[in-house]
Design a binder for this molecule. Structure first.
Ligand SMILES: [Zn+2]
Length: 128
């Protein structure tokens, strides 16, 4: 079991993935990042400068390996996503370094289709 494990760099599905769309929590489907905020940090993991919504992300201090790092987890399900560092690009100066396996990507087209399906459905939906 490697619940809190970090995948090996440059192996993740979304490391070099620059398609327009959004990234969702692989565990619960909460939207976490937009493709606009993704950048190539060269670190080998998908990197984002800003989350879709600050409240979708919870930051915990992580003292493992004798370093002080900030772990980021999904605010809804508490799933481990990765870490946030202070060497990102402006304006946030933050780099969210996220495991590909913690994310599910949906392209802009996929999202449009889903939206269409939702709006054409007259019954009110409760989120999911
Ligand atoms: Zn989640």
């Amino acid at each position: 079991m490697r619940k809190k494990g970090t995948e090996r760099p440059h192996t993740g599905l979304y490391d070099q993935h620059f398609v327009k769309g959004a990234y969702f929590c692989a565990a619960c489907g909460l939207e976490l990042f937009k493709s606009d905020s993704k950048f190539d940090a060269g670190c080998g993991w998908p990197s984002f400068s800003i989350p879709s919504a600050e409240k979708h992300i919870t930051k915990n201090k992580d003292f493992t390996f004798g370093m002080v790092r900030t772990e980021v987890v999904c605010s809804r399900c508490g799933g481990h996503l990765g870490h946030v560092f202070n060497d990102g690009p402006p304006p946030t100066g933050l780099r969210y370094c996220i495991n590909s396996e913690s994310l599910t990507f949906k392209s802009e087209e996929q999202l449009k289709l889903e939206k269409k399906a939702k709006t054409s459905d007259s019954t009110p939906t409760s989120g999911e």
